[in-house]
Design a protein around this ligand. Structure first.
Ligand code: BTN
Length: 238
């Protein structure tokens, strides 16, 4: 198999507004390939759909900046699968699942979120937050949350990042060599609420149905009585 894994270069900050914002800024005059921006603290952590990502010191925040030969929607699945597998590898025995499109859950609580953006010069920015030690205040968010320390695992930021990058490179190489089919299959096997009823919210529009995984273009498949909807963006509620 052709190997395209990168030699990731890591830049670490004590405090920054957002590692994604910094990665997007750096993409303007960026010529090497494979940069990781990490920070101990973020003052303006960004979440999906314009939301805030509460960034407690002790959790992990990083962004990957690279020229991607995979489209951004594929990176959604590669990165969430890699976070999921990292937790499985570092914390044996936990029930880890991925809630569409890319929230990683342990025992029904969100433990990691991913925000993918495009940078300048055809770069991709994959930003990942992992609750290693703290969970956000649940009064501020719409869903249950958890963190690895409360689940009995003391994992350092460095160990998690190294494990993640190893697994990310593996799945990225798989995509380049074979396309999306294998990633799709693996992602579906780790997905949260597969074949169960979910509610998909897209702004004010809410639709119920049975979650049937994702299609070959990464759309969520929602089976209703007489048809199956294909949904490309939104939030899933159980
Ligand atoms: C979400 O679930 O809404 C996505 C959260 C993504 C958070 C990470 S933390 C590191 C990177 N920098 C940011 O500002 N956001 C992402």
């Amino acid at each position: 198999m052709m190997k395209v894994s990168r030699n990731w270069q890591i830049i670490s900050y004590e405090c920054i507004d957002s590692t994604n914002a910094e990665a997007v800024r750096k993409s303007a005059d960026y010529f090497a390939d494979g940069l990781i921006i990490t920070a101990k603290e973020q003052s303006k952590g960004r979440g999906r759909m314009g939301r805030v990502w509460q960034s407690f010191v002790g959790n992990l925040f990083f962004s990957q900046l690279f020229k991607s030969n995979a489209p951004l929607w594929v990176l959604t699945y590669i990165s969430s699968l890699s976070v999921c597998e990292s937790i499985q590898e570092l914390c044996r025995g936990l029930d880890v699942k991925i809630k569409w499109p890319n929230d990683v859950m342990v025992s029904g609580g969100k433990i990691s979120g991913i925000l993918i953006e495009s940078g300048k010069n055809d770069t991709a920015v994959v930003g990942i937050g992992v609750n290693l030690q703290f969970s956000p205040d649940s009064k501020d968010i719409l869903y249950p949350t958890t963190n690895l320390r409360d689940l009995g695992f003391d994992i350092s930021q460095e160990d998690f990042l190294q494990c993640y990058l190893k697994i990310f490179d593996k799945y990225y190489d798989t995509f380049i060599a074979e396309g999306f089919a294998n990633i799709r299959h693996q992602w579906i096997s780790c997905s949260y609420k597969l074949n169960e009823e979910i509610l998909v919210s897209q702004g004010n529009k809410k639709q119920k149905g049975i979650f049937k995984g994702i299609d070959e273009n990464g759309c969520l498949l929602l089976k209703q009585e007489d048809n199956t909807l294909k949904i490309s963006a939104g939030d899933v509620f159980a």
